[in-house]
Design a protein around this ligand. Structure first.
Ligand SMILES: Nc1nc2c(c(=O)[nH]1)N[C@H]1C(S)=C(S)[C@@H](COP(=O)(O)OP(=O)(O)OC[C@H]3O[C@@H](n4cnc5c(N)ncnc54)[C@H](O)[C@@H]3O)O[C@H]1N2
Ligand code: MOO
Length: 394
């Protein structure tokens, strides 16, 4: 049995990023850039008015002397206006500032008749209310660097400078295999000895929260041949496989055997932790395989603590839970030399240990917003002592 630190280290060293793919910008949100992007054009592509008002040449203006009005330039106007010295143009926000003019005055600060304009702003400066050509970015300039996370603002920025496609690290396609003869679908009546299948629901939900779109779910009976064939198929058609249940020492626990039969190389089996002690992790051609111990709370805890690390290595995102140190409300003691991950509630200044910590229970997990990590060697956490918590961002 290895420590939590060693298990995380083995994962960190085992996996590398998926092959980058080029996709439409609309599909690239939440992904990480695998290339530098350069601006294809000067943006704005022309000197642009920032206000509804009048464009004029600053040097033509003499206080108290009206300017003539030569015409109108609405946004989107493709008409190139002739230079009209001494004249102003009616102009609107976003419209091209006509050649020969360099300054825009907002309409509220003018007095205009149909052909004469009086400026009523002595403080107006040369170039006011004009967005110069290329002031956002110049053609050829680096717009975004490799490894940048495409946030909504990044997507808006790239679209705004005319970029349509991006080469990014894709999300892994993931197969889930839930094992167990006892499993029944929610909504159907429970026969004696059956339990409702909830692990696939929790895993699909958490994967979706983290932006993973391609998820296949399989159900396997506790039978080595079936499980082996299913795992082989899942390995063939996806980038990562998560199995739940069947990873402990029982007579019907076949996950590690099935993985070995599929030539998955084991990274570890069993970690000094609670919940999730029988956790298994393996690798086949950069495809992570996790055998998550079947108890629902162990499944989700191991997902947050280990599977997220592996996904982060494949898609180059940093999805691992944020870590905070905060005072503990109450006292916590433990007698075993295992790392404990405990369901907690963090109010921004302290963390409270929730009840129902047993790994078959999900009730308090459903209201928890963090996991409290109590290290292997710690025997007692005193009231008010600083503990490490991992924030459940979803
Ligand atoms: N002799 C020992 N027995 C057990 C040990 C051990 O070290 N020695 N470890 C215990 C721990 S810790 C855990 S965790 C479990 C893990 O066992 P498995 O991964 O083999 O899981 P199962 O036995 O298949 O299931 C455990 C539990 O979870 C329920 N389950 C399973 N799948 C689902 C699902 N999809 N949805 C809802 N509930 C599920 C299952 O019915 C069992 O109650 O082993 C301990 N035993
Ligand atoms: O972790 Mo088992 O996950 O303690 O029930």
């Amino acid at each position: 049995m290895i420590s939590v630190t060693e298990a995380k280290k083995r994962i960190a060293e085992a996996f590398h990023a998926l092959e980058p793919v080029t996709m439409h910008l609309a599909d690239a949100a939440g992904k990480v850039l695998a290339e530098d992007l350069h601006a294809p054009f000067d943006i704005p592509a022309f000197a642009q008015s920032a206000m509804d008002g009048y464009a004029f040449a600053f040097q033509d203006w003499q206080p108290g002397k009206p300017l003539g009005i030569a015409g109108e330039v609405p946004a989107g106007s493709g008409i190139i206006k002739k230079k009209m010295p001494g004249k102003a143009f009616r102009i609107f926000t976003g419209a091209p500032v006509p050649a020969g003019t360099d300054t825009v005055i907002m309409q509220e600060k003018t007095n205009a008749t149909h052909d004469a304009l009086t400026l009523q702003d002595e403080h107006i400066r040369h170039g006011a209310n004009v967005r110069p050509k290329g002031s956002e970015i110049k053609a050829g300039e680096i717009a975004m660097k490799k490894s940048h996370l495409l946030t909504p603002a990044s997507i808006g920025f790239l679209a705004g400078i005319g970029i349509e496609k991006a080469t990014v690290y894709p999300n892994p396609e993931i197969s889930l295999i839930v094992t167990g003869n006892e499993l029944q679908d929610p909504g159907k009546p429970l026969q004696y000895g059956q339990v409702y299948e909830s692990n696939s629901y929790a895993l699909v939900a958490v994967l979706q929260f983290f932006g993973i779109e391609s998820i296949k779910v399989y159900r396997a009976k506790d039978d080595l041949r079936t499980l082996k064939n299913m795992l082989q198929q899942a390995l063939d058609e996806s980038d990562m496989v998560l199995l739940t249940g069947g990873v402990s020492v029982g007579k019907y626990d076949f996950v590690t055997e099935a993985a070995a039969a599929c030539k998955v190389e084991s990274l570890f089996h069993k970690v000094k932790q609670k919940p999730g002690k029988p956790l298994y992790s393996g690798i086949k051609m950069n495809k992570p395989v996790f055998g998550l111990p079947g108890n629902p709370s162990s499944v989700l805890t191991c997902f947050y603590e280990y599977v997220l690390d592996a996904i982060s290595l494949l898609n180059k995102r940093n999805l691992s839970l944020p870590v905070v140190r905060t005072p503990l409300e109450g006292v916590y003691t433990k007698t075993n030399a295992l790392t404990h991950f405990l369901k907690g509630y963090y109010d921004g200044s302290k963390v409270t240990l929730l009840d129902a910590q047993e790994s078959y229970r999900m009730r308090s997990f459903a209201t928890a917003n963090c996991l409290i990590k109590v290290d292997e060697e710690t025997e007692r956490c005193e009231e008010g002592s600083l503990v490490e918590i991992h924030l459940l961002t979803c």
